[in-house]
Design a protein around this ligand. Structure first.
Ligand code: AMP
Length: 547
């Protein structure tokens, strides 16, 4: 027997429709790349999103087509979030920190039809425009007055011109909630970047969970500022969550330095913010140096990399801001766990509370997790045993876009699929997860991935290199930076500087290893694979020259 309730699909368009009806005058404030502060409302964002949907139709975008963005956090990007997904096309948010070769690769892989970009990224667009196979239209997200005189991008279109010419009358189509809504590529796995294809259903469910009190805890009286970029897992869902809850939304654009962020926090009365630890270091350094205080901020969600306990303590003791340490992945939309208290923690000492806040947190409803040993058997939650972390839930990946990399899920005895996160963790008896290591071969610098394999392949192409392994070395500012461990060919001459120069032009500059060490041998496992865990152990205390 079925329940007799309405069958309404969970669609992304419903979020902006809700905000327009129930929070029409709530503000959306953006720092523009043009330099000024722009003020909008949910009513205006909704109307302009409908114009975007009409523009897409006129550009020939069909249901299911991919539409790319290369853009900062701003209202135009937000309009694309709703206009593209809401009309049934797929929003592909491209990470502008990637090397142009990688951008060409993913644009081709995604078969992007249109690319919208902020003016900041014009040089990047000039580097890729002639090389992509499927992009038919390039659109600069600006008005006529700011259009570049000689853009060197054939047929470049102007966003505001397109919107002006389009009607704001548009009926959001109703379709299956399992339809693809958006696409994010992650380099957090080996090999080429892989696409994670979200659905309307997964996005709406994730947004509801993200708003829960023990997660980001957002309501209509809050003002939220996502520092985490809209090109990195949909800014952790905040651009959906704000219209769902009716919170005021503040979008920082390209101004991610301490001063610019602080001005927005204070000027707009921001109460909640979210970002990777590196950003907060810059902000705290600015606030410290200028002896400032936060007058409205209460909560700061920190994740993407481990948040140092010293940062949690500083935020709380000196500024009265509670850190919500959270963990997740692109493959998880991204939120998996958040470190909120249980009743028994409330009366504990400050030190004990810090211990709870410093964990990666408890599973949010919708996400189940377990840790397993090498034999795949589940390990106890005793705060001691550490094993591979597996997750499952309705906003967790089943397979990568175009089935790249085969089927990643691991089946349990009951036949349920679990996604192996590549993180190694332990879990306390109270259910708080603590990341202890990582089994995947990647380096996370300032919240962004650096592919170790790419760096090794380049080193291996040098005639003097016999074997190369790239591992993450600890770095005080960036959390991790690449360290290259190299075995030279017998009799070959090679210096650290020569090898580092060899990387020039082959990768994004910030991917270049911070250091090279020459060794006699790299430990190999039974199958001949380099044992990077042993290398990581060996170089745990290595001090990078940049540290
Ligand atoms: P991404 O897909 O770029 O969001 O990266 C996901 C990965 O970042 C996870 O698998 C972890 O390795 C790492 N990560 C995310 N949040 C945290 C955290 N709070 N503590 C430690 N590592 C984290």
């Amino acid at each position: 027997m079925n329940g007799q309730m309405m069958q309404l699909p969970l669609l992304i368009s419903s979020l902006i429709v809700h905000a327009e009806r129930h929070h029409p005058e709530q503000q959306v404030v953006s720092r523009r790349v043009e330099g000024d502060i722009h003020r909008s409302t949910y009513k205006a964002v909704a109307a302009r999103s409908r114009r975007v949907a009409n523009v897409l139709g006129s550009l020939g975008v069909k249901f299911g087509d991919r539409v790319a963005t290369l853009a900062w956090n701003g209202y135009r990007h937000m309009e694309l979030y709703f206009g593209v997904s809401g009309s049934g096309a797929v929003l592909h948010t491209v990470n502008p920190r990637l090397h142009p070769d990688q951008i060409v690769y993913i644009a081709d892989h995604a078969e992007d039809q249109v690319m919208f970009f902020d003016l900041t990224f014009l040089p990047l667009i000039q580097a890729v425009a002639g090389r992509t196979k499927t992009v038919k239209h390039w659109v600069a997200m600006t008005d006529r007055a700011h259009m570049p005189a000689d853009p060197k991008v054939p047929g470049l279109l102007c966003y505001e011109d397109l919107l002006d010419a389009a009607s704001d009358t548009y009926g959001w189509p109703e379709f299956d909630e399992n339809t693809a809504s958006s696409l994010c590529y992650t380099s957090g796995t080996t090999g080429n970047p892989k696409g994670v294809l979200y659905s309307h259903r997964s996005t709406v469910l994730h947004t509801m969970a993200a708003a829960l009190p023990d997660c980001l805890g957002v309501g209509a009286a809050e003002t939220i500022l996502p520092v985490v970029p809209m090109f990195h897992v949909n800014s952790w869902g905040i651009v959906y969550l704000a219209p769902m809850t009716g919170a005021k939304l503040v979008l920082p654009g390209a101004g991610l330095d301490g001063k610019s962020l602080y001005e927005l926090f204070e000027g707009e009365g921001v109460t909640i913010s979210a970002g990777v630890p590196t950003v907060w270091q810059g902000l705290l350094a600015y606030v410290d140096a200028n002896k400032l205080k936060f007058s409205t901020m209460r909560k700061s969600a920190i994740g993407g990399s481990a948040c140092p306990p010293a940062m949690i303590r500083k935020f709380l003791d000196e500024y009265g801001v509670r850190v919500i340490h959270a963990w997740g992945m692109t493959e998880m939309s991204p939120i998996g766990t958040a470190a909120a208290f249980k009743a028994q923690h409330v009366s504990q000492s400050a030190e004990q509370k810090l211990g709870v806040m410093a964990t990666q947190g408890r599973a949010v409803y919708g996400v189940d997790m377990k840790i397993v040993g090498e034999d795949g058997a589940e390990l106890p939650w005793d705060g001691q045993a550490s094993g591979d972390l597996l997750v499952r839930g309705p906003w967790i990946i089943d397979s990568y876009f175009k089935n790249e990399g085969g089927h990643p899920l691991v089946k349990d005895a009951a036949g349920h699929g679990w996604f192996p996160t590549g993180d190694v963790a332990k879990v306390t008896p109270e259910g708080y997860m603590v990341i202890t290591d990582r089994s995947k071969d990647v380096i996370k610098s300032g919240g962004e991935w650096i592919g170790s394999i790419d760096l090794e392949n380049i080193a291996m192409a040098h005639p003097a290199v016999a074997m190369a392994a790239c591992i993450a070395a600890p770095h005080p500012k960036w959390d991790e930076r690449p360290l290259l461990v190299v075995v030279k060919k017998p009799g070959a001459e090679l210096t650290r500087e020569q090898l580092l120069t060899f990387y020039e032009g082959k990768i994004a500059k910030w991917w270049t290893p911070d250091d090279v060490v020459f060794v006699d041998a790299i430990p190999l496992g039974a199958t001949g694979k380099m044992q990077k865990n042993k290398l990581r152990e060996q170089f745990r205390g290595h001090r990078l020259p940049t540290a």
